[in-house]
Write a protein of this length. Structure first.
Length: 304
């Protein structure tokens, strides 16, 4: 018996098989997300990926997905420009129809938070998780429970607007690459090139990184005043791949705190890398199945 976990993004779909105890039993694979300028084929692609593993005795499919997700119906409530035509996709229903096994779907950043909680056993009950990549997403834990908001869109911090500009347009990974490339007059195209130049001591790149982290720290202070979490978890490839960036971000965050009561807020970088979404999707799946099981009606399955 095995569970198939998928992490659906605008560029790739990561997938692997896990046991119900959360042990990964196959290597993580990445498949390019099938989409065009106007549409996508993700629902069908999920079924195709399942068929490739079919001999493994899969008993369920756990999905972490980009976009705002209704976790009860498994429908994509809304999605950004990175996946055209994704809004309104009945992903859970489509996957169950094509595979014949239960499927549960949750937002990818919510899953990243759930995965970190499950595997690291954090004791904190009030947490904000932020992932930084092509976009910037957020997930909120209040009193030990995910807070999704009235229409499942809580935590979409990347769309917070300041001075006419979305937070993610100046604080995502691509913004750092452009900033560092302009500052150093070098043709950087990846975050890893920026990290390498930073570690080589390039002063222009080091300054660009600090300015980028300053912008993120300022937003964390705003979130801190709004939600007063016990812990920030910061994820995303470049943050997790460069521990010194996490240390600099923590220092910049603490430098900006204006109220003593917030000084105890901890800041940690995520530990699960590109597997966090899959672990969280698996945890969400297990919660849903334990509470209601596949045989119950849709109305019975709410609010897990």
């Amino acid at each position: 018996m095995a569970l198939l976990a998928l992490d659906i993004g605008g560029t790739t779909i990561k997938h692997a098989l896990f046991t119900e105890a959360g042990e990964r039993i196959t290597a993580v694979q990445e498949t390019p997300t099938e989409k065009t300028a106007a549409d996508n084929h993700i629902a069908a692609q999920a079924g195709t990926i399942y068929q490739a593993y079919h001999h493994s005795g899969i008993t369920g499919v756990a999905i972490a997905s980009a976009g705002v997700v209704d976790p009860d119906t498994g429908t994509i409530v809304s999605a950004g420009y990175t996946i055209p035509g994704y809004t309104g996709t009945p992903l859970k229903q489509s996957v169950e129809n094509s595979t014949g096994v239960p499927c549960w779907v949750e937002n990818d950043v919510n899953c990243a938070l759930l995965g970190e909680l499950w595997r690291n056993h954090y004791p904190q009950q009030h947490i904000f998780c932020m992932t930084i990549g092509t976009g910037i997403g957020g997930a909120i834990l209040i009193n030990g429970q995910l807070y999704r908001g009235a229409s499942f869109g809580a935590g979409e911090v990347g769309y917070v607007n300041q001075n006419g500009q979305d937070f993610q347009t100046y604080a995502n990974t691509q913004a750092l690459i452009h900033r560092a490339a302009d500052a150093a007059n070098q043709p950087f195209t990846t975050g890893y090139q920026v990290v390498h130049a930073f570690r080589d001591g390039n002063p222009d790149v080091q300054n660009a990184v600090r300015l980028w982290l300053d912008g993120i720290a300022s937003e964390l202070v705003n979130i801190n005043h709004l939600l007063n979490p016990e812990l920030f978890i910061i994820g995303g490839g470049i943050i997790e791949g460069a521990p010194e960036f996490g240390q600099l971000l923590d220092a910049a965050f603490r430098q900006r705190l204006t109220a003593q009561q917030y000084a105890a807020t901890a800041l940690k970088t995520a530990t699960l890398g590109n597997e966090a979404g899959m672990y969280g999707a698996l945890y969400h799946y297990l919660q849903k199945e334990a509470a209601y099981g596949h045989g119950h009606s849709q109305d019975d399955r709410a609010h897990v």
